[in-house]
Each structure stands twice: as C-alpha cells, then as structure tokens.
Design a protein around this ligand. Sequence first.
Ligand SMILES: [Zn+2]
Length: 344
Amino acid sequence: MDLLLKDFKPVSELRVPENRIEKPKYPVYDAHSHWGHLLLGNNYPALYNTMEVVESLKEVGVKRIVNLDGFADGELDKVLAKTEEAGDFIRHFGSVDVTRIYERDFETMVYRTLRDSKAKGIAGLKFWKVIGLVYQNPDGTYIRPDDPRLSCIWQCAAEMNLPVLFHIADPIAFFKPIDRFNERIEELGEHPDWAFNDPSLYSFDELMQMQHNMVKNNPKTTFILAHVASCAEDLRAVAKWLDELPNMYVDIAARIGELGRQPYTAKWFLETYADRIMFGTDMAPGYDLESYRIPYRFLETMDEYFSYDTSGTGMQGRWQIYGVGLSDEALRKIYYENADRLIG
Ligand SMILES: [Zn+2]
C-alpha cells in the first residue's frame, strides 16, 4: 500500500486514563500573548471584541495576561485604546525601533521612547528574532543580539525596572536542511518562511551563544527568554545557563510539544527551576481555548501519549506528549507567582 505522509493519521489504541482539565488548579498569569499587529495584522482592532476575549480567558482560569505587542508611540496608543476596557487584566510590553541603531542619537531615542511608554503604563519590553536573523548592518552582516550598541536598551530597562522578554531563535529543526530527516518537515512545508537554514545566517548555536552573552553582559537587567530560551530541545543546557545567570528567566510558551515528549527531563527541569519559569501560551485573540487546557493537562496530570495541539496530529512534529504531574508548589510558581513578582 502506498500512502502519502500527509494522509497518515494514526489513531492511538492505548486505553489509558484521560484527565481533561477544565480549569487550572491555581489562577494563571499568561506571560506571553499577542493582541496587536504582529500576528493579527494592522486591522486587528476590527478582529476581536476585547471583553469577549477577556471573559473567555477567565473561563479557563486566566487571571492576567501579557500582551507583548505594545511596541511604542502611535502603535502603543492604538493597542492601549483597543484593550482599555480590560483594565489591568492585560499588561503590555513595549519595544523600541532597533533599526535606528546607526543614528547618532540612538541612545537618546531609546531613553525618550521608554520613558514615554513607561508613563503610559508598560510593564516590560519585548524583542524578537528580527535582531539576529533579519535586521542587517550596512555591510550586510546581521545585527547581533549581543551587539554592544544595544546595551543602552538593557541598561535603560534595568533603570526603569522593566523586565525584557526576548525571543531569539526557533526550534533547532528550523535551522536544519528541509529533507526527510527533518523532524518538523510538515510544519516547514506549511510555513517555508520559518526556515533559517541559509548559510549566510547565524547558526542556532551562534544565536544561543549571543543570547548567553547578552544576559551575562547585562547582569542588572531581568531577561525572560521566551520559548524555554528557544532551546526546549536541550533542557540541560538551559538549566546550566539558569545556574550561571541569576537574571535569566524563561517562559514555556508554544513549547508544550517539546517539553511533553521528554517527560522525565521536563519534570526535573520544571521542578528544579520552578522559581525561574513562567507560564505562557503565545495565544492571540481568536485562539482555541483548548490551547490552555492542553498545557494544564501537561503540567497537572500524569496522562500518557496525548496530543499537544488542537489538531490532534501534532502541528510541530509527529509525536505525542506525556504529563509531568507537577507538585502544587511548582505549579503555583509557574502559573502565577513568578509573573506576579516580575511583571506585577
Ligand atoms: Zn510570541
């Protein structure tokens, strides 16, 4: 029988306990979501009703959420106006325009922008992989996340007591050739622009080194490294960095698929470093709320071999996950205590 991979949808015949978690054991602070133009496009204000989304989030036990798409200036005003009715249920992270790094008054611009944004109420800053993988210097090299010209941002964030969330890379498979050995080949087939295997780009390991340098060289700045420091495939490496860098934190947004396929290591990691790990989803309004119940099931139960996404087959790769049944103490820290302390 010839069968195309895309048509292969095996159904597990395991008869094992299935515990659906309607509501989490403790209130949840989602430290990673997107309410602005980054995922939804410029027309986002027309795409959702803020209070409807807030009500549905409360139904799945969310008590507060971080919108990472605050940006600055007019963009910040726009998202603040759109979400105003939600009050402090939504906390916003701002940013600065890093493409202006060549301008002589870059540092002044950084301080002015962050002062303005802080006055408007931002609770942190967000940066992402366009630094390292997209923005170029005039000589064609890519701007490095550990570029000393950026340190004025990290310095200013420390002075203003704003944590910095940085999403620096992507799954290791996105940096590998797209061939029959690539464990995320179907996902890359759907999103060819997610591949970073061009030899002119920094490699995954180089980006991890830059991430480490950035956190180490700015010890007064609190860094939340998104998606388990973009290195959920290697939790021992992340643990080593956490041991070494007291100003480093991570979120688990969109990495339940990675954590849940290595349950022994993930349980050890989540319990040992519970003080440094924050819950996050990467959700945007319009998202299926099952995307909350699946991480709850992963964190709270010992269920075996279940899907980590709402498609049932695995959008990231063809595997299933296992619950880690965390202790109450670890759950409280990861669900909300760390975010309460760091983001407020
Ligand atoms: Zn995100």
